[in-house]
Design a protein around this ligand. Structure first.
Ligand code: BES
Ligand code: MN
Ligand code: MN
Length: 463
């Protein structure tokens, strides 16, 4: 990379630092919560704001594309059709801010404290996708883009990207590219840069257990009639055995076991279990026998209850045998488990294990497939080189535990591999109260992305 270009890029970023930060804060003030219909207008407002910012950055053909749900914002800069094209993906929607009383400042009232930007969406994903908008601006104002870019920022990632699949399938030409670049994952630490090379899949369901046709007096009927909450708890408890393996028949059939060499490579990443426990204030870790905490949270499938409710939860006591009980259950999947297959296995099993006297309904929500990204592609090498330059250290490839279902979809629909160029940290509290993103991380991203573009452009065409 030309040293004058590097210098020009870094100088431009440095001299626009305050504006780059303030623009992000403005975006964070828009409560673009995709899950809750009461924020629908704010989500639409956010899409317009993103569009405006993309125009200002110098992108062409910027448009807000309506979908059956929340809109997708798209823009591109084609400098030369013969050059490679990078498709940037991100999401401007955010998780609900609840529970509100645990926030130290308003979730949509961003504050910077001790070098961290506190706000819902700061790390997931506004702070991360906006790095790309600012990186494009920076390249445009310092000699131009070294290759083509297409930017697609959606508004439904946090609710399962229901309408994105159709958009991608209907716009294959528009989205044609050589590689997908996404900043929506985390690194090991600010002094231990890493690149995520895998994401887990997901199967999300809701279950409803019904006992008697109405709530009953627990003294008059209790002991003689099945209590749906008791039944639900027994059923859920039976889904793991003593080794913390999932008991659904067939659940592990398609799981790809990693070779000893692959596991050894993963174990190279620094991980301190004592610090991990201390941070979470837990006295022990717990998970599948035979695997480390890092493996349990990345290369192994899991089953977790996300919410459970029913009966009386108001003030004081009410002696009641409830009619209904509910739970939301998610399973994180690994290659080659298929989301639909696992959902079906769960459904059949859960209905089968219902004790006498209760009826069970399982309602599938969204799902998505796991993905593994290459570590020897020109795009990965370009990303690794860019990070090595900005962090002064080679990034370590790691497998992540979260899900971005669109990654598998990009591969299936567009034949594209992804580079997960994330700059967050696991401690950023994404989806939790007091979500935060480091000012350092934001600018490291803005500095690293133009370097990626230059290295990738220099490496030729195919990812
Ligand atoms: N950015 C996250 C995914 C993520 C976070 C991957 C950290 C790796 C490390 C994304 O916004 C997210 O939250 N995805 C959801 C799935 C979606 C279908 C709701 C998830 O992982 O729960
Ligand atoms: Mn995200
Ligand atoms: Mn998220």
């Amino acid at each position: 990379m030309n040293p004058n270009t590097v210098q020009a890029i870094d100088t431009y970023i440095e001299s626009n630092k305050d504006r780059f930060l303030n623009e992000l804060l403005d975006l964070l003030r828009i409560p673009s919560v995709s899950a809750d219909p009461k924020y629908k207008a704010d989500v639409a407002l956010c899409a317009e704001a993103v569009k405006q910012r993309m125009v200002e950055a110098g992108l062409d053909k910027v448009e807000v594309c309506p979908t059956a749900g929340h809109p997708i914002v798209y823009g591109e800069k084609i400098v030369d059709p013969k050059l490679p094209t990078v498709l940037v993906y991100g999401h401007y929607d955010v998780q609900p801010p609840d529970p509100l009383d645990l926030w130290h400042s308003g979730p949509f009232d961003p504050v910077i404290k001790d070098g961290m930007i506190y706000a819902r969406g700061s790390a997931d994903d506004k702070g991360q996708f906006y790095m790309h908008v600012k990186a494009v601006e920076t390249m445009m104002r310092t000699g131009g883009l070294p290759c083509n870019v297409k930017v697609m920022i959606e508004g439904e990632e946090e609710v399962g990207s229901d309408n994105l699949g159709l958009f991608v399938a209907n716009n294959k030409q528009k989205l044609a590219a050589d590689v997908v670049l996404i900043s929506d994952t985390s690194m090991i630490a600010n002094d231990v840069p890493s690149i995520n090379t895998g994401l887990r899949g997901l199967s999300y369901l809701e279950v409803e257990v019904t006992g008697p046709n109405r709530d009953l007096h627990s003294g008059v009927y209790g002991g003689a009639v099945a209590n749906p909450i008791n039944a639900l708890c027994e059923m859920i408890a039976s889904l793991h055995d003593a080794d913390r393996r999932i008991t659904i028949p067939g659940f592990y059939d398609a799981v790809q076991e990693l070779s000893a060499a692959e596991r050894a490579a993963l174990a190279e990443a620094p991980f301190n279990e004592e610090d991990y426990k201390k941070d979470l204030q837990i006295d022990a870790v717990r998970g599948e026998k035979g695997y480390t905490s890092e493996e349990r949270s990345s290369i192994r499938p899991t089953l977790d209850v996300n919410g459970i409710w029913g009966g009386y939860i108001g003030e004081g006591a009410k002696t009641v045998l409830p009619s209904k009980a509910y739970a939301k259950i998610s399973m994180r999947l690994v290659p080659d488990q298929k989301s639909d297959t696992i959902t079906k296995l769960f459904q059949d099993h859960f209905v089968k294990i219902a004790p006498p006297g209760v009826k069970v309904v399982v309602k599938p929500h969204h799902g998505g497939e796991a993905a593994v990204t290459p570590i020897d592609s020109p795009a990965y090498l370009a990303a690794a080189k860019a990070m090595e330059e900005t962090f002064g250290k080679k990034p370590i490839p790691t497998r992540g535990g979260g899900s971005i279902p669109i990654v598998a979809l990009f591969e299936a629909e567009l034949g594209l591999k992804t580079v997960l160029f994330g700059f967050g940290l696991d401690s950023d509290n994404i989806h939790s109260p007091n979500e935060k993103y480091g000012v350092f991380n934001y600018f490291q991203g803005i500095r690293s992305i133009p370097r990626f573009f230059h290295h990738f452009a220099a490496s030729g065409r195919k990812a």
